[in-house]
Design a protein around this ligand. Structure first.
Ligand code: HEC
Length: 508
């Protein structure tokens, strides 16, 4: 027979419930009075002891969570097997006691500063307090149900209720420290769907689809840098120096020292001044030797501010230097797809070298060499205006830019197979016009290596069946112009059979 059974039968058995009831009610009274007696939180006036003890909150809080989860589990197993719950009051006494200690420590943490005006923290404070009170009441009822005065069912209802409040309070606390999407950030799509979140994939695709020029400088580039380096201490719920850095508006609002940004002047912006201080300076950001912004990250933030610090402007609307382009390319913003997208686009952009080369070649090929689009390093070339003046010799001058060519029009020029052999370097070539030139089947050996070719114009050349049939290997081919060549209908039929999707223009 255990000791607790004795409690039931002997008159002294009511002594423990009474004791727990009185201390429990006093504790609850104290807990509820605490926020009202303490007044407005002001970290600067708090003694260090309060701050010191407050820091134990995240350590202690796991004790009541663990104990109450275990008690609940035991109770549920007991219900399933229709056994009475264990008769010891000890687990719930320790559980409720640790809940009270955790809440008091949490309250000290809150008053230790940094949570002023933070609604998440306030909500968490009240739900934590609610849980501690519920835990104490549950303990009291447990004591009486063992007496046995209160019913087991009443105790169970209270236990389930307390654990519910505990879950709510824990979630609030976790959202504060880790952000509200901490648990779901990496959830697979089926789980996201089940809890009503947007599929993750979609978001990344959107970003991927956005070329660098289209990225909003602040939202897509600067804010992710701040998120990575600064926001953990400067956000809702943890605004050090009363400064939040998680939105543009909050940067403008600033902290104790006023606005954190000075549009148009990086060197006057607090978010630049602080990180640029020497590392051993007390005001250096981030503090305590934490990893700060990398040089290229800082460079991008400064660039955005110097260019006006506008929250809506896109990369394409600001002056983009090679240096900044490279810096953006180096960014690792921890959001895989976006970085890949940026890096890819950056590598596709023409370098200043390439621009200079193209400009210089404009002398020899007036209007002939052009970028495919404003945000592309791809080149197109046309010799149409030069016609017969464009010789193999002149064509060699284009050698440095041939690898960038995607479309080449050499119709009616003087070039021969010699120049086409050089085109072998244009591995991205999609369109080539060689009509009315002196090229022969020999050039087909070059063209067949350019796997991206979609359109080949051989109108009025000396190509024959032998050469043209080689082009069957060009699986991306869509159009082939063979008008006025020696190519026979048999060969054309053969190509059509091999590549049914190709449109063959023969003029017959
Ligand atoms: C580990 C926490 C932590 C990190 C990370 C951190 N800070 Fe701070 N920050 C603080 C604290 C604490 C203060 C208040 C003390 C002070 O003003 O020096 C502060 C204050 C500031 C202030 C002054 C606000 C004001 O108006 O008084 C600025 C500006 C600032 N931080 C910028 C940054 C930037 C930019 C980063 C990212 C590179 C950053 N911080 C990262 C803890 C942090």
């Amino acid at each position: 027979m255990s000791k607790e059974i004795d409690l039931d039968t002997q008159p002294s058995g009511k002594r423990l419930p009474w004791f727990l009831t009185i201390t429990g009610l006093l504790t609850i009274g104290g807990l509820i009075a605490m926020p009202f007696l303490a007044g407005e939180p002001d970290g600067d006036k708090m003694p260090d002891m309060v701050r010191f003890l407050g820091r134990f909150h995240p350590v202690i809080l796991h004790l009541p969570i663990g104990i109450f989860s275990l008690i609940l589990l035991q109770e549920m197993l007991g219900m399933l097997s229709r056994e009475k719950s264990p008769r010891s009051i000890l687990p719930i006494f320790v559980g409720a006691g640790s809940a009270v200690v955790a809440v008091v420590a949490g309250f000290m943490l809150y008053h230790g500063g940094g949570y002023e005006g933070n609604e998440l923290a306030e909500d968490h404070l009240w739900s934590g307090l609610g849980f501690a009170c519920a835990a104490v009441v549950t303990m009291i009822v447990r004591a009486w149900s063992l007496a046995p005065v209160a019913s087991q069912a009443f105790y169970r209802v209270l236990l389930f209720g307390s654990v519910g409040v505990m879950g709510f309070a824990s979630h609030g606390g976790a959202s504060m420290t880790h952000g509200s999407d901490y648990l779901t950030a990496y959830a697979p799509d089926p789980i996201r769907k089940a809890i009503g979140l947007e599929p993750k994939q979609k978001k990344e695709d959107d970003v991927k689809a956005k070329p660098l020029e289209e990225q909003v400088v602040f939202a897509d580039i600067v804010q992710p840098i701040l998120n990575k380096r600064c926001v953990e201490c400067h956000k809702e719920g943890k605004s050090k120096g009363k400064l939040r850095m998680d939105t543009f508006e909050m940067l403008v609002k600033g902290g104790k020292e006023g606005s954190a940004i000075e549009p148009g002047s990086a060197q006057d912006s607090n978010i630049v001044i602080r990180p640029e201080l020497p590392e051993d300076d007390e005001e250096h950001m981030p503090p305590d030797g934490k990893k700060g912004m990398e040089e290229h990250e800082l460079a991008v933030v400064k660039w955005w501010l110097d260019e006006g610090g506008d929250p809506a402007k896109k990369v394409g609307e600001l002056k983009l230097t090679d240096e900044i382009r490279t810096a953006i390319g180096k960014l690792d913003l921890g959001i895989g797809a976006r970085v890949v997208a940026v890096q890819k686009v950056v590598s596709d952009l023409p370098t200043d070298d390439l621009r200079a080369t193209v400009a210089k070649l404009g002398v020899d090929f007036p209007g002939g060499l052009n970028f495919e689009s404003q945000s592309s390093a791809n080149l197109t070339f046309t010799g149409v205006s030069q016609r017969k003046n464009l010789t193999d010799e002149l064509f060699t001058k284009l050698s440095p830019v041939i690898p960038k060519m995607v479309a080449v029009d050499l119709s009616a020029t003087s070039i021969t197979d010699t120049s086409i052999a050089k085109l072998a370097a244009a591995t991205d070539l999609r369109m080539v016009r060689l009509s009315e030139t002196g090229i022969t089947d020999a050039s087909m050996d070059t063209l067949v290596k350019l796997k991206k070719l979609e359109s080949v114009n051989l109108y009025g050349t000396k190509v024959t069946d032998v050469g043209v049939k080689k082009l069957i290997a060009l699986t991306n081919l869509k159009r082939l112009y063979l008008w006025q060549t020696a190519v026979t209908p048999e060969a054309i039929a053969e190509i059509k059979k091999a590549l049914p999707a190709v449109e063959i223009v023969t003029g017959i």
